[in-house]
Design a protein around this ligand. Sequence first.
Ligand code: SF4
Ligand code: SF4
Length: 422
Amino acid sequence: MENVHEEWKKQLVKCIRCGTCRSVCPVFKVCDNENTTARGKVKLLEAVSEGKLALTPALQARMSKCLLCKACTTGCPSGVKTDELFLSARKALAAENGLPLAKKLAFTGLTYRKLFDLGLKLGAAFQGIVFKDAPDGRGKLARLPLPSAGLSQRRIIPPLSTSPLRSRLPEVNKVASPQGKVAFYTGCMLNYVYPEAGEAIVKILKAHGVEVVIPARQSCCGTPAFTAGDYQVGRYLAEENVKILAAENYDAIITGCASCGSALQHEYSAVIEDPAVKKLWENLSKKVKDITQFIVERGIKQDLREVRAKITYHDPCHLVRGMGVSQEPRQILTSIPGVEYAEMKDAAKCCGAGGTFSMVYYDVSRKINDWKLDNAEKTGATILATGCSACRMHITDGLGQRDSAMKVLHTAEIIAKAYGLD
Ligand code: SF4
Ligand code: SF4
């Protein structure tokens, strides 16, 4: 623990208490409590590192009240790496206090890839027992409150697909005269929840003339586990994924989910321990690209089909501040004939999903989401495009709660339409 405290101190000492992080923190805006800001958390961790405060369950709860949206990290004039600091604190707190049994079991389940796959397929087949269709057909509603799964009866969630992406498509998706070979890391949500978006990504990649390998042995990226502090599971999943993705020499590792992409590109640095795997990751991380980055690098196709729609775009935190992707989706959307693009105010502000944050603090995350939806609706757009499945799920729920006619799509689904691939 001493070493951890020394590492923390290198960051803590940089904080000049300026409070810039207060002005950008969505959780602070709702809760109006200094402890929810980065500055407040820095102070608490300082007390821990000086031996004045223990790693108590109460501190664990405070540290979990954070979206890990990186707004404070990006905005900090002193360069305090608050994102890394908070993850490290969650790791130490989980090691000290453990995690709730339901969470621990769910995370451990992720390490049994085949069992997890079977569980979700069975879940998809029998989801009608626990969930019913939402009245507007946007998704499902729990028949009974499921607090251990973070589900109230009003929360609209997308159904599990009875035909996941990786069972729809072959592992190797060939093209005539390939101009390269890429791996598509689907992650869980594109595989089990939004397979149509995943299919759109594969079609786009093939249209760009590359062979697309969807490694069958890929696992969850581990983000839900290590962001909750479970580095044992997070490390296992990260190391497995790196070994599988490094087994072949791909030109790029394509992602279509911001959290998976940011984990593969950045967060794995603090999660992987095996030095040999770390070396593999250092090389691999440079190849990780969001689908929109890949398209722009290769050149947006000419002769795009007309897509008549007014569209706005939401920047997922892990895409804009994690992977540094913001211009690419806009560049593509605005080049599609017929698309009337309308930028929303504060497009890069967090939507309130924050991984499991919205399950634990649903009411707070709903209020944060409402600001996003107010700004989105003011544009008059009928479609909100985004590149993160968790954002899509949370925004869709919010739109359902307010009976909005706006629809959420993955940016790739709109691009596939413009490419004539739908
Ligand atoms: S913005 Fe950075 S330096 Fe300023 S109070 Fe927050 S963490 Fe400290
Ligand atoms: S990561 Fe986001 S939610 Fe967490 S303290 Fe920073 S600004 Fe607030």
